[in-house]
Design a protein around this ligand. Structure first.
Ligand code: ADP
Length: 485
């Protein structure tokens, strides 16, 4: 991997704590694997609670000066960080592909997407406005100011090793918070590379820390029990989100939770079918189906069911699976063998209950964690794919008759992150977008993520929003000041 990089110093394996590059106190490391080849690409510092506590203390100390600076000064440093990320997009993309598996073009896309949050929130920092409110008595003046919440602890998953962190650290740093990032143990290298560039950009020592650790629950406990941490931000499964919310309750800590999804993708009879196929390919198969907004259940109205299935199969047939660092491909490997087992389990369960494999359905001839992009027809609501996120390249096609039935089935889940539908009838579009119980609705599009929009879920998909001017509020506290004159 080192030999593929223009700037090999981006491939750092130590932790970044208090503005210093450190190893674990006990010298321990954990292995990072390349999922396409199965080989160990790095041994990364495996921090424990003591080092995480030091990162938190340093972030807290650094906040005093950082938060006091004019927003414009913070913004300029963040802008420099954004520029460095874009200048190093190719190298950052290669590191990301090597540890996570997504094709290089997608990895570079993620770097640009991730960096866009730093650009956006650097600008937004200048617009953290307070409020004045007419007083309730002759002598009273009411003002509201907004202040950084304090040190933020962050726990993120492997599916977007760069962007999941920037979505959180960009608003936090922009308003003056200290930030301690614990990246997923599968993908720490992208996070550490960001820290290399943060240091170069001139972020003050300590304000941004990366604490790689294979001991996730220890780090989670330190974040929840350390009184200097004022906010926990997490992206991952609903299951782990619940554990962290319970732990955070002891300190009544503010939490942002981006949890699981189970996105419905509805194709109505009146849809532009070709556009719906393009949208389904993007929504279902991006990142090999490993995103929390990936279409998990595809509902197709009876009149276009067979035609849609045939067109989707034709689109899948044109795709290529392979090593993301080799010749251009559409699909890399899945992140690990557990992911493969899950897709296999969903396919086996569905076919046992009567679903039919249109294409794919099994491990790919390339071996390892490669899996064939798969389409199932005849899928019904008693199958596992209905309730659980597959998080893999499996497109299950459900058939429905009426609009009412589609909406009812789409909402029949504990999750409420992203949803999608295709229709050309303005009345139907209006009814369905209002009826879907989701934080995000894509209408005639399969791609919804952008720094400008508020990303987040309802029901058990989470708390809070990331991105947009709303995303900055999660890192601010308001203070009401009552002045008697
Ligand atoms: P995913 O399937 O995307 O890995 P998880 O919810 O299992 O989703 O993991 C998301 C992140 O949370 C990962 O970085 C993981 O290491 C971390 N994690 C898992 N369990 C805990 C825990 N008990 N406390 C803190 N972090 C955890």
């Amino acid at each position: 991997l080192r030999s593929l990089l223009k700037d090999a110093s981006l491939l750092e394996t130590r932790a970044y704590v208090g503005g210093e590059w450190i190893n674990a106190d006990d010298g321990s490391t954990f292995d990072v694997l390349n999922p396409a080849r199965g080989d160990v690409i790095a041994k990364v510092a495996n921090l424990g609670r003591a080092e995480v506590a030091r990162a938190i203390a340093a972030a807290n100390a650094a906040m005093k000066d950082w938060a006091a600076r004019p927003a414009k000064e913070r913004a300029n440093i963040m802008r420099a960080w954004f520029n460095l990320m874009m200048e190093n997009q190719e190298d950052l993309g290669k590191i990301l592909t090597a540890e996570m598996g997504k094709p290089l073009a997608e990895a570079k896309g993620e770097i640009a997407y991730g960096a866009s949050f730093i650009e956006f929130f650097a600008e937004e920092a200048k617009r953290v406005y307070g409020e004045t409110i007419p007083g309730h008595q002759r002598d009273k003046r009411i003002t509201v100011i907004k202040q950084p919440i304090g040190v933020v602890g962050s726990i993120t998953p492997w599916n977007f090793p760069n962007a999941m962190i920037t979505r959180k650290c960009a608003p936090a740093l922009a308003v003056g918070c200290g930030f301690v990032a614990r990246p997923a143990a599968e993908t720490p290298l992208s996070a550490i590379a960001m820290a290399v560039l943060a240091e170069r950009a001139g972020l003050p020592k300590g304000i941004f820390a990366v604490v790689p650790s294979a001991r996730a629950s220890d780090v989670g406990k330190e974040f929840c029990e350390n009184p200097l941490v004022r906010k926990l931000t997490f992206t991952g499964s609903t299951e782990v989100g619940r554990i962290l919310l319970r732990q955070a309750a002891d300190q009544v800590m503010k939490c942002s939770m981006e949890l699981g999804g189970n996105a419905p993708f509805i194709v109505f009879d009146d849809a532009d079918l070709d556009a719906a196929v393009v949208g389904a390919m993007a929504s279902k198969f991006r990142n090999n189906g490993q995103t929390c907004v990936c279409a998990n259940r595809i509902y197709v109205q009876a009149g276009v069911y067979d035609a849609f299935a045939a067109k989707l199969a034709a689109a899948v047939a044109k795709t290529k699976v392979g090593d993301g660092l080799g010749e251009p491909v559409d699909f890399g490997p899945l992140v690990n063998m557990d992911a493969v087992d899950k897709v296999e389990e969903h396919v086996a369960d569905a076919t046992a209950k009567g679903a039919k494999v249109v294409t794919g359905g099994k491990r790919h001839a390339l071996g390892g964690s490669f899996f064939e992009p798969t389409i199932l027809t005849g899928v019904t609501h008693d199958m596992m794919v209905t309730r659980e996120e597959t998080f893999g390249p499996l497109a299950p096609l459900f058939r429905f008759e009426t609009e009412e039935e589609a909406v009812q089935m789409a909402n029949d889940t504990i999750f409420g992150l992203a949803s999608y539908f295709y229709s050309r009838d303005i009345g139907r579009i209006t009814r369905v977008q209002e009826a879907l119980e989701y934080g995000i609705v894509g209408v005639n599009t399969g791609l919804i993520s952008t720094a400008e929009a508020p990303f987040g879920g309802v029901k058990q998909s989470g708390l809070g929003r990331e991105g947009s001017h709303h995303g900055i509020e999660d890192y601010l506290e308001m203070k009401y000041i009552c002045l008697s004159v």
